[in-house]
Design a protein around this ligand. Structure first.
Ligand SMILES: CN(C)C(=N)NCCC[C@H](N)C(=O)O
Length: 269
């Protein structure tokens, strides 16, 4: 199923502050390598037939490459992001302006939420993470704006601070398969694990080694799943479940705590 994605070239990528456990401002990073890894990710999507839109990177916003945090776009409406940390605050208006210029109906967030980092459409439900970044109060905003049932999921491990570091949507229901996900159970509270088991009895279960290379930060079109090449166990499980795993190396971006999905905001008209 062909998709439309918004991406941001990591021209100004850097690790100069620490807002998640993956980031170490004292460690070396390589912006040139980050750019070439990102170019390969973009080419991977294009080879799969997906359409890519680009937003201009802004100097001084080193995490802007993580476009998935820039908002949530469903049914031609954008719910804007409001970042938890001051270091990323200016990204919200930048993505908002892009959406307005592109003709989306823009709905401004009243509460902290980090876009598709924590808000994922999975069939008839919107799965919404909370615990580290996105405020629980924003889940009600999402439900009101998109008119879809929102399922709150409680994240419990600071390494998996966004929902899309612990859970990937594999099929949406719109791609001819029943909605399905892959996830790391222990990244969620016991109650949330029960909810996920009930809603997705056929989910692909990842292990901690997959999650530790951000393997669940994956992008699926219902058939092909683009994921970090280092997540070999998850790739095998996906293959067994009938998906085609496509490994990409975005290890330089992992130094900031992001993977393929983080670089990819889905635009749903
Ligand atoms: C799942 N998504 C979108 C992400 N995990 N995004 C990466 C954000 C990385 C950034 N340094 C931060 O900590 O906000």
């Amino acid at each position: 199923m062909q998709k439309r994605f918004l991406m941001c070239r990591p021209t100004h990528f850097a690790v100069t502050y620490k807002i998640n456990p993956w980031m170490d401002p004292a460690a070396p990073y390589d912006t040139t390598l980050a750019i070439s890894q990102w170019e390969s990710l973009k080419a991977t999507y294009e080879n799969l037939g997906h359409q890519i839109e680009l937003i201009d990177p802004i100097p001084g916003l080193p995490d802007m490459v993580f476009a998935a945090n820039g908002g949530t776009v469903i049914d031609g409406r954008m719910f804007t992001a409001q970042f938890r940390h001051a270091e990323r605050a200016d990204e919200g208006p930048a993505y908002r302006d892009w959406a307005e210029r592109a003709g989306y109906e823009v709905h401004d967030a009243k509460h902290v939420n980090e876009g598709e980092g924590d808000i994922l459409l999975a069939g008839e439900y919107v799965l919404a993470g909370t615990g580290f970044r996105t405020a629980h109060a924003s889940h009600a905003e999402v439900q009101e704006i998109f008119g879809r049932p929102v399922i709150t999921l409680q994240l419990v491990d600071p390494r998996f601070y966004h929902l899309d570091t612990a859970l990937a949507v594999l099929s949406t229901g719109a791609d001819g398969k029943p909605a399905n996900i892959a996830y790391l159970p222990e990244a969620f509270s016991p109650g949330s694990q029960n909810v996920l088991r009930q809603l997705f009895p056929n989910a692909v279960i990842a292990n901690i080694e997959d999650a530790e290379v951000l393997g669940l930060n994956a992008v699926s079109d219902g058939e092909n799943v683009v994921l970090p090449v280092q997540a070999t166990h998850l790739a095998e499980e996906l293959r067994k479940a009938g998906y085609e795993p496509i490994g990409v190396d975005v290890s330089e971006l992992r130094l900031a705590g992001g993977g393929p999905k983080c670089c990819t905001l889905e635009l749903r008209s």
